[in-house]
Design a protein around this ligand. Structure first.
Ligand SMILES: Nc1ncnc2c1ncn2[C@@H]1O[C@H](COP(=O)(O)OP(=O)(O)O)[C@@H](O)[C@H]1O
Ligand SMILES: [Mg+2]
Length: 457
């Protein structure tokens, strides 16, 4: 029995119990266990922390123990699953309807196991024999130590890239929401579908020509004669190009999505990537949407946008890792900070440091925006136009979500300026839409509202 077969079996057992297939970390743990690697090594492989991987592992062993009717641990998993002759029975009987795998477990093969989706060991150390090895240059991609959930976002991205073959994808959201993290995770999942993978940050605002030269330099390494243009490489090879920090090429103090002077040609470039015929995919990570994108989105193969929102309840794992007390208050904290993993990390550290992990003591202070978080928000707010600042101030002072069907009388803006500012703030993910029946209401989230009240007059 090889590793892929063990993973297939484990996937089916987990699916039978939880209704979900093995996720990436669970799979890495099983594979690592079979290859005698430690939790720390597995954690490195999946860009996660050893404690998180250990945690996932312990839950996994519990499920498998229950399903197989044997006490399974990392130490005995191999013996029980691989060397246990019952598994061979299972294997040989896999075409049957119901198969006994443990002492008291019957796996019903009528459930929906996607055989082609049962993942085989695809690590750089242990590549799938038939899978091609992509050439990868992650450049200055950040190192991400932990990664929780984002299962549905990852499957949406995979569907767009692998099934729909979408050529241009934007992942949007405030800083810290996890754009770089999810893109790195995505690479782990889909790397073997590509010939080349390259990550570049636009943090230092490279002119388009130098970015293209840099990309061509990498892509041409496997080519004897140089091709005339980047698009020719995107046609010849299946490339995945991640462009991070795209917001840097947009101008400050103007409505969202306007390019800095000298960077307008990026707009034409993005349009060309979306509309020309080629087999590659470019993923943009940005605080806000490039102007062209809205028009290009009408065709899903050309262009798709994923708005990254709160991490939601899985963000509780962050507090578990940080050892915060008062778990009954964790959801409130996630809500206050919009489930932004970076903000939650900052706040959890502060609560641990200043209040010995007691959230209620921190909340009684009524000061939600601490130093580092204030600095992060400052980066966003210094880019706003005057009209956007006015609208933010007005919204931050509303007690409830409000309608925008009429311009508020106290704002010294024309109705058109008001609407453009609201639209632009939405693009920057700074205001939220709350749907109440057929009414659209708008609001500013609590921590942002507090920042605005203190910092924007
Ligand atoms: N799904 C996640 N689970 C756990 N931590 C996360 C997750 N997403 C992001 N983080 C953490 O939050 C921080 C910010 O994430 P990052 O991807 O750099 O945000 P962005 O690129 O949107 O600014 C990083 O330290 C990262 O480890
Ligand atoms: Mg980032």
């Amino acid at each position: 029995m090889d590793i892929a077969e063990v993973l297939t079996l484990a996937d089916e057992l987990i699916f039978a119990k939880t209704g979900k297939h093995l996720d990436y970390v669970q799979e890495a743990i099983l594979r690592g266990t079979l290859q005698d690697t430690t939790y720390t090594q597995i954690a490195q492989e999946v860009y996660s922390s050893p404690s998180h991987v250990r945690n996932v592992g312990s839950k996994l062993w519990k499920i498998l123990s229950k399903e197989l009717g044997k006490n399974i641990t990392k130490a005995n998993f191999r013996t029980v699953l691989v060397e246990n002759s019952k598994i061979y029975n299972y294997q040989s009987a896999i075409v049957g309807e119901n198969v006994t795998v443990g002492e008291n477990v019957t796996v019903n093969h009528n459930f929906n196991v996607c055989r082609e989706k049962v993942r085989s060991p695809k690590t750089p150390q242990n590549p799938e024999p038939t899978a091609k090895q992509p050439r990868i240059d992650l450049g200055d991609a950040p190192e991400i130590s932990t990664f929780f959930d984002r299962t549905s976002e990852l499957s949406t991205l995979k569907q767009w890239i692998l099934e729909n073959r979408t050529r241009l994808i934007s992942i949007l959201g405030l800083s810290g929401i996890g754009k770089s993290a999810i893109a790195l995770q995505l690479i782990q999942h889909i790397q073997y579908e590509f010939d080349c993978i390259i990550w570049r940050s636009l943090r230092d605002a490279p002119p388009l020509a130098s970015l293209q030269t840099d990309l061509i330099q990498f892509l041409s390494q496997q080519q004897e004669t140089e091709l005339p243009d980047l698009i020719n490489y995107l046609r010849s090879y299946r490339c995945l190009i991640i462009l991070d920090d795209v917001q840097t090429i947009f101008s400050s103090q103007q409505l969202a999505g306007n390019y800095k002077q000298g960077y307008e040609n990026y707009g034409t470039f993005f349009k060309q990537i979306a509309e020309s015929c080629h087999k590659s995919c470019i993923v943009l990570l940005s605080w806000k949407k490039p102007r062209e994108i809205a028009a290009l989105e009408s065709h899903p193969k050309n262009c798709q946008t994923l708005q990254l929102n709160s991490l939601g309840e899985p963000a509780r794992e962050i507090f578990t890792e940080k050892g915060l007390a008062e778990s009954e208050k964790w959801s409130e904290l996630i809500d206050i900070y919009r489930g932004n993993p970076l903000w939650l990390n900052i706040v959890a550290d502060a609560i641990q440091d200043l209040f010995s992990g007691k959230i209620s003591e921190f909340l009684s202070y009524d000061s939600l925006v601490l130093g580092d978080l204030e600095y992060l928000l400052h980066q966003h707010f210094q880019r706003l136009s005057e009209s956007e600042k006015q609208v933010m101030s007005w919204l931050a002072n509303q007690i409830k979500a409000v309608e925008i069907s009429q311009k508020p009388a106290l704002l010294e803006l024309s109705p058109s300026e008001f609407l453009k500012a609201v639209e632009s703030l939405r693009r920057r993910s700074l205001i939220e839409k709350v749907q109440k029946g057929d009414r659209a209401l708008f609001a500013v989230q609590r921590a942002i509202a507090e920042y605005v009240k203190t910092n924007i007059k």
